[in-house]
Design a protein around this ligand. Structure first.
Ligand SMILES: [Zn+2]
Length: 341
C-alpha cells in the first residue's frame, strides 16, 4: 500500500537535522526542525502548513528566517510547535526586524506559535504580518496526551525529552487508509467523483451502516441517482489499510527516562529518524554533550521495534568516517552489539 506520507532528510547526515514530509495527492507538507534549510527550494517551503521544532538550539531553529522571508506577502497561515518558552523565542526572532512597511500589504501572512508545556497545556499566540508581527495571545488548550495536531488523515504526537533543556520528540501517525476498489465501482455501475471523499469522511466519522448515501451523476444516458446504505458501500467498494508512522528524535542524552519516553512515542514506527552524533568510543563525550551515540541510537531503534532507522546529525569530527557510523548503528539496531550503558 502506498502511503500518502513521503519523508526525507533535508540535509546530508552531517548537516543540520531536519525532516520534510511531503503529502502525496495534496499540496502540503510538514517539517520537523528548521535549522539550515537552504537546500529546500521555495516551492517546497510554500507547501508547508506546520513546522515542529524540537528545541531552539540554532541548528534546529535558525531557518525560520528563511521561511518567513519566502512566505512574506502571501495570504497564508503557518503553524509552529515547540517546547516551553517557544512563543517568546518566535516573538524575539520576529522582533529583530523592522516592519514599518507591512501594514499596507494586500495579504496577511500569519504565524501561529504553539508551545507545549510540561503541564500538558498547549499555549498559542498569533503573529500577523500587517500588525508588524505583534504577539496576540490566544486561548490555550489541554494536550496532556501529547497530541499536538489531530487531522482527518493523521495526527502528530510529542513527548518531552531531556537535552539539558526541554526537547520534544515527535511522531507522525497516519490514520487508517481508506481506498476505493475501482473495479467494484464499475461492476456496480457507480461513477467516481467527489461523493467518494464524502463516503470516506462518513466512514471515518463512524456514521452508522444504515446511513443513506446519495450518488447522482449525469452521462450520455441522462441523469441518474441511487441511494445506497453506507454499510453496503463499506463492504463492497472500500478497502482498509493501516497507516504509516514516522518518528523524529534528536538531541537527547541516553538515560532511562528518555529511553522509556522514546520507546512509548516511537513504538512500531515504520521509519525512525534519529540522531547518532558520536561513535561509541566517544560515549563519555556524548553524555557530556547530552547527545546519543551510534550504539545508543541503534539500540533505541531496536527497542522501539522500528522497521527502518535513518541515523543523522553526525558530528563533523567524523567527516569521511560515516561508514563507521552507519556500521555501528546497524550493529546495535540488529542486536549484534552489547546493550549501551
Ligand atoms: Zn541541541
Amino acid at each position: 500500500m502506498t502511503s500518502i506520507l513521503q519523508p526525507f532528510l533535508v540535509n546530508g547526515p552531517f548537516g543540520d537535522p531536519s525532516v520534510y514530509v511531503d503529502f502525496r495527492f495534496a499540496r502540503r507538507a510538514l517539517l520537523f526542525d528548521v535549522g539550515d534549510i537552504q537546500s529546500l527550494p521555495a516551492r517546497k517551503i510554500l507547501r508547508l502548513t506546520h513546522i515542529f521544532v524540537s528545541h531552539a538550539h540554532m541548528d534546529h531553529f535558525m531557518g525560520l528566517d528563511r521561511i518567513v522571508r519566502i512566505c512574506l506577502g502571501r495570504a497564508r497561515t503557518l503553524a509552529l510547535f515547540g517546547p516551553q518558552e517557544f512563543i517568546d523565542r518566535v516573538e524575539h526572532k520576529l522582533a529583530a526586524y523592522t516592519w514599518n512597511l507591512v501594514q499596507g500589504y494586500a495579504t496577511d501572512f500569519t504565524l501561529e506559535a504553539n508551545e507545549w508545556r510540561p503541564s500538558g497545556e498547549l499555549r498559542m499566540a498569533r503573529f500577523r504580518c500587517r500588525s508588524g508581527f505583534k504577539r496576540e495571545d490566544l486561548p490555550s488548550r489541554p494536550a496532556a496526551d501529547g497530541v499536538l495536531l489531530d487531522e482527518e488523515n493523521f495526527r502528530v504526537l510529542a513527548t518531552l525529552l531531556d537535552h539539558r533543556t526541554a526537547c520534544l520528540g515527535f511522531a507522525l501517525e497516519e490514520k487508517q487508509h481508506i481506498n476505493i476498489w475501482k473495479n467494484r465501482l464499475t461492476e456496480l455501475g457507480l461513477p467516481t467523483g467527489p461523493w467518494l471523499n464524502e463516503l470516506k469522511a462518513a466512514v471515518r466519522h463512524g456514521d452508522p451502516d444504515d446511513t443513506k448515501v446519495r450518488v447522482h451523476w449525469t452521462d450520455r444516458g441522462g441523469h441518474h441517482e441511487r441511494v445506497i446504505p453506507l454499510g453496503d458501500l463499506r463492504r463492497d467498494v472500500l478497502r482498509f489499510a493501516t497507516g504509516q508512522k514516522i518518528a523524529y528524535i534528536v538531541d537527547i542524552v541516553y538515560h532511562a527516562d528518555n529511553v522509556q519516553r522514546v520507546r512509548r512515542l516511537a513504538h512500531n514506527a515504520d521509519c525512525l529518524f534519529i540522531e547518532a552524533v558520536f561513535l561509541h568510543r566517544d560515549a563519555d563525550h556524548a553524555a557530556r554533550k547530552y547527545h546519543l551515540t551510534t550504539r545508543q541510537a541503534g539500540a533505541l531503534g531496536r527497542a522501539c521495534g522500528a522497521r527502518r532507522l535513518v541515523p543523522m546529525h553526525f558530528s563533523a569530527r567524523y567527516a569521511g568516517d560515516e561508514a563507521d557510523i552507519y556500521r555501528e548503528v546497524e550493529e546495535a539496531f540488529s542486536g549484534n552489539a552489547p546493550e549501551p550503558a
